[in-house]
Design a protein around this ligand. Structure first.
Ligand SMILES: [Zn+2]
Length: 419
């Protein structure tokens, strides 16, 4: 809680200290990183400043998977004593994740700091959606009646989710935007609202401006964005002053250009993450496959935690046009989110000149709606030579954690197809 008010200079010093101790740690206790340093002719003493980290190569999920569990788990940790999770990517790659307890608690504290900044108090009731519940049950604070939480599984049907939500009456909600939209549409259809007095926090997926206003309207609550992943729990979060702060005491984020050099503030780059806290399973210069923009502005809230902008999303979330231009998913998704009768959708770009739209349609989805959507798509992509085909489906394959994946482009931009 104190760290967030430190100056950027103090926070940088803190990061440097953590990087130095991390490198010493992995050199002594982690086979994979020990070898990595040795191969690159490096010793822990070669890491003085944050820039020195660039002496190390970038790691991918595949590197981690290839070395799991034997080489990547630090000496002294029993996997059975650690907290487990798994990343499940739409790419089909699953990485087992191990957190030692102090690391997990640090990540949870970072998340708590985010909640507290948005007005959350320990006696507030919090509802959250996830594919599995947080692993912090049965802690002492739980027994004191603090941190009352309701876990709503993403696998429960939406009608039941909304019923659970209403019965619980949460003060705050943290959820995936696709689920919040589903709830908001369902409630709006019935002319109902649910008051969420403190805040709604949307996690990790694209939150369009249109979805934001629909959710705010139905829940009478401000909505804030968060950016995280299973590997690191939380990267960055939106404060009440709308600054998107990096949790830089927990993680070091680098924003790199295609040459692997840091981009200037205000420029877009690939996000590479080093966990300053993970010891059982360290992550150093890990490619998370997201893009963002580092900013050197200060936020009006006074926090020293640096600011960034998230660029959603990955290459295959964009539509790549024959002209070579790309269309941001934020431009397209709202039309589908808000269209009557569209229960679920996925836009699949099969070829540069062929887009297939899969829709699970309700009774309100008429031919007129379909035509309207088609015209809206053409207005955005501005290329009549691209064929747009609508397929009404019973089922649409989902992405990470059984969440809808609105856009899937099978066309890769040639400039970014490496890796
Ligand atoms: Zn702020």
């Amino acid at each position: 809680m104190k760290n967030q008010w430190k100056s950027p200079e103090e926070l940088k010093k803190l990061q440097e200290k953590k990087v130095r101790s991390l490198l010493t740690y992995v050199y002594e206790r982690n086979e994979f990183y020990h070898k990595l340093l040795r191969t690159n002719d490096l010793k822990p003493s070669d890491f003085e400043t944050l820039d020195d980290l660039r002496k190390l190569p970038l790691l991918t999920k595949a590197d981690m998977m290839d070395n799991y569990p034997h080489a990547i788990i630090s000496r002294g940790f029993e996997i059975s004593d650690c907290i487990h999770a798994a990343t499940s990517g739409s790419t089909g790659q699953n990485l087992n994740l191990i957190y030692d307890t102090p690391t997990y608690e640090f990540y949870m504290a970072v998340t708590y700091r985010n909640f507290a900044a948005l007005g959350y108090m320990p006696w507030h009731k919090l509802a959250y959606t996830r594919y599995e519940s947080f692993k912090i049950e049965n802690q002492f604070y739980e027994k004191l009646g603090l941190t009352r939480r309701l876990f709503i599984s993403v696998f429960v049907p939406p009608e039941k989710q909304v019923a659970m939500l209403r019965a619980f009456g949460p003060d705050a909600v943290t959820a995936y935007p696709s689920i919040l939209i589903e709830w908001a549409k369902m409630l709006k259809d019935k002319g109902k609202t649910v008051e969420i007095p403190v805040f709604i926090r949307s996690e990790a997926e694209i939150l369009t401006r249109e979805a934001r206003s629909l959710i705010e309207e139905v829940f009478h609550s401000p909505i804030y964005e968060e950016y995280g992943s299973a590997e690191f729990v939380q990267f960055a979060w939106e404060c009440k002053d709308r600054g998107f702060h990096i949790s830089c005491d927990s993680l070091l984020l680098e924003f790199l250009d295609s040459e692997g050099e840091p981009v200037a503030p205000g420029e877009e780059g690939e996000i590479v993450v080093t966990s300053l806290e993970a010891h059982a399973m360290p992550f150093i210069r890990y490619r998370i496959r997201d893009r963002g923009v580092p900013l050197d502005d200060r936020c009006s809230c006074g926090r020293g935690l640096p600011l960034m902008k998230l660029v959603v999303g990955r290459d295959d979330d964009f539509i790549w046009l024959p002209s070579g231009d790309r269309v941001n998913p934020r431009m397209i998704i709202p039309y589908f989110e808000l269209a009557p009768g569209v229960k679920e959708f996925r836009i699949v770009q099969e070829r540069r000149d062929w887009i297939r739209v899969e829709i699970i349609a309700g009774s309100e989805f008429t031919e007129r709606e379909q035509k309207k959507l088609m015209n809206e798509l053409y207005t955005v992509i501005k290329d009549r030579d691209v064929e747009i085909q609508f397929d009404l489906c019973e089922e649409i394959p989902r992405g990470r954690h059984n969440r809808p994946r609105p856009i899937l482009s099978k066309v890769r931009n040639s400039a970014s197809s490496s890796g």
